[in-house]
Design a protein around this ligand. Sequence first.
Ligand SMILES: [Zn+2]
Length: 254
Amino acid sequence: MLILALAIVIVALIYFFIRKKSAALWHSPLLKQLLTQHIDFYNNLNDEDKKVFEQRVQRFLTDVHIEGLGFEIHDIDSIMVASSAVIPIFGFKGWTYRNVTNVLLYPDTFNNEFQFEGTKDRNILGMVGSGYMNGQMILSRSALVKGFSKNSGEENTGIHEFVHLLDKADGATDGIPESFLAHEYIEPWVKMMHQEIRNIEMDHSDINPYATTNQAEFFAVVSEYFFKKPDQFQNNHPELYAMLSKIFGQHPAE
Ligand SMILES: [Zn+2]
C-alpha cells in the first residue's frame, strides 16, 4: 500500500515537472524572446500576426514530438523546427500537417544509411520519411540552425523539408502542390519550373543548382529562397515570386 502511494506521488511529481517545463516554454515570455532573437520571418510580422504565429508554433510543439539523436535538444532547436513548419503554412488558416508526428534531429549531416559520423557521402541535410518511415522527418541540427542564421545565403533546410510535406499533402511529392494551387495555374507553373531549371543549367540563375534534381526539389529550393530572401527573390525572379505568393497565400517581400 505504502509502495503504491509512493508510486502515485512519484508519477504526480514527474507529471508536474513535465507540465511545468512545457508551460514554461509555451506561456512565458521565453517563446516570444527566442522568436524575436532568431526568426526573421516572425520579426517582419505585425503584432496581431506575431500572436497568431506564436499560437501556431505552440500548437505544432504540442502535436509533434521532437527529439535529438544522442543529444539533449534545447528550446531553441524546438522553436526552429516549429517555425520551419509554420512559415510555409502561415497563409492557410487552421491548416495543420497531418503527415508528420516525429522530428528527429541528427547532430550533423548524414548519409543514405542514416550515419552521421565519418565523412563518406555524408551530405544529406534533411529528409521526409516514406514507407515504414511515414510520419517521420529527420533534420540535421547544424543545417537547421544555419538556415536561421543571419548571413547564410538563400538556404533553409527546415523550410525545405516542410515544403516537401506540403507538396506531399495531395499524395504525390512532385513539385505540384495541387491542394494549394488553382487548377488553371498548374500548367503555367510546370512550364515556369522547367524554364528556370534550364536557366540554372545554363548558369543564368542565382538559384541553388540542387533545384535541377527534379520538380519536387525545385519547388522546395525556390521556397527556401522565397521565404528567406523575399525581396531579393522578387527582384531577381518576379514571375516565380508571384506564383509562389499564390501557392502559399503570402507576400513576404515588403
Ligand atoms: Zn529536398
